[in-house]
Design a protein around this ligand. Structure first.
Ligand code: CAA
Length: 380
């Protein structure tokens, strides 16, 4: 494995680092406090090409590889995980799914808007009673000839109110189980489509998370992605790549918390010397640094598997499982190293600790990743 980054990848990494420092950092605490969506920042990310990173340039994308995308996710997440989840959902769950499985008409109509930031996408799989158990879809998409009629509720949808294009997974034929599920493109403003109240969250408070309600929403058949009954596989395949994005987000949160703790420990004095000179702190930093490096190897490996057209279900699940644990552990230690200052908002590490938790939950909990990993190693 060669993890040496190309000139182009280094440039993209630097551009994301500069953007995060100059544009995201200044108001990140206020956005978190007020649960304010980063509208202006998302527009700028669209201009920089961060919203359609892996999409072909003929649809307005940046045409880059997955490793470049991971580098951007890592840098944005060091500073603002609310912004990076918007980027992750738009890139991996919405743009990738549409480009890989959509019709030419769907790509022309929707992808070109999603890559530039003119529109934002949302991926709607989870339901009040179907989170981890994703085949148990209660939302129905009844076949009415040239259209479907959609009814049901989706929960915890990232970009819930800010999106304009929603990929909705729903059951068409209950008898067929997961083979009776479809993925449909629904536009904001469709009659009968209602956005529920905004969730008040522990972390990633700048991203907007809502429930969505569908009441007899008519969706044209040409808005179905793939063949009839492909919806569950569509969701699984899309999530396999999404997990690499979230693993990169977790890596970035860990790296951001570590960098702050390292800097602080070299400045803060106790017992007559900088706290980094105390072995109690130095050993914490050693553990944090080691685990971040290990997580980075897993995340980059998963990205390279995808770029090399290898199977990345296993490597992506391992990267997410491990990196999200590292994010949580490192962020907790970063708060500890900051002591009392770590407990107040101005020092950023408490937010990173709150943000870290969701990486162990969304796009498949850590327990679901273990199902994916164990099934894969037992099958091979
Ligand atoms: N690629 C292609 N096909 C796949 C697949 C994959 N990665 N994983 C499963 N499948 C296929 C299987 O082969 C099977 O097809 P066949 O019957 O034709 O063989 C079918 O899908 C059903 O698979 P399983 O029998 O394995 O299904 P299961 O009920 O045991 O569930 C699961 C599998 C892995 C637990 C799955 O339900 C799962 O991933 N759950 C978690 C869902 C999840 O990640 N939710 C996150 C919500 S989205 C989100 O968080 C986005 C956001 O806003 C940030």
């Amino acid at each position: 494995m060669d993890f040496k980054l190309t000139e182009e990848q280094l440039m993209i990494q630097q551009a994301a680092r500069d953007f995060a420092q100059n544009e995201l950092l200044p108001e990140v605490i206020e956005r978190d406090d007020a649960q304010r969506f980063p509208e202006e920042e998302v527009k700028k990310m669209g201009e920089l090409g961060f919203l359609g990173m892996m999409v072909d340039s003929k649809y307005g994308g940046s045409g880059l590889d997955t490793l470049s995308y991971v580098l951007v996710m890592e840098e944005l997440s060091k500073v603002d995980a609310s912004c990076s989840v918007i980027v992750s959902v738009n890139n991996s769950l919405v743009c990738w799914g549409l480009e890989t499985f959509g019709t030419e008409e769907q790509k022309q109509k929707y992808l070109t808007r999603l890559t530039t930031g003119e529109s934002i996408g949302a991926f709607c799989l989870s339901e009040p009673e179907a989170g981890s158990d994703a085949t148990s879809q209660k939302t129905t998409a009844i076949d009415k000839g040239d259209h479907y009629v959609l009814n049901g509720t989706k929960n915890w949808i990232t970009n819930g109110s800010s999106a304009d294009i929603y990929l909705v997974i729903a059951q068409t034929d209950i008898e067929k189980g997961h083979k009776g599920i479809n993925a449909l493109i629904v536009e904001k403003g469709a009659e009968g489509f209602e956005i529920g109240p905004k969730e008040n969250k522990l972390g990633i408070r700048g991203s907007d998370t809502h429930s969505l309600i569908f009441n007899d929403v008519k969706v044209p058949k040409k808005n179905r992605i793939g063949e009839d009954g492909f919806g569950f596989k569509f969701a699984m395949k899309t999530l396999s790549g999404g997990r690499i994005g979230i693993a990169a987000q977790a890596l970035g949160i860990a790296a951001g918390a570590y960098e702050l703790a390292l800097k602080y420990s070299k400045q803060r004095k106790a017992f007559g010397t900088e706290i980094a000179n105390h072995q109690a702190i130095a050993f914490k930093l050693a553990d944090m640094h080691t685990s971040i490096e290990a997580a980075r190897m897993l995340v980059y490996k998963a990205a390279m598997d995808k770029d090399n057209h290898e199977n990345y279900d296993l490597s992506g699940a391992m990267a997410k499982l491990y990196a999200s644990k590292v994010a949580m552990d490192v962020a907790v230690e970063a708060v500890q190293i900051h002591g009392g200052n770590g407990f107040v908002k101005d020092y950023h590490v408490e937010r990173l600790m709150r943000d870290a938790k969701i990486t162990q939950i969304y796009e498949g909990t850590s327990e679901i990743q273990k199902i994916v990993i164990s099934r894969s190693i037992l099958r091979d």
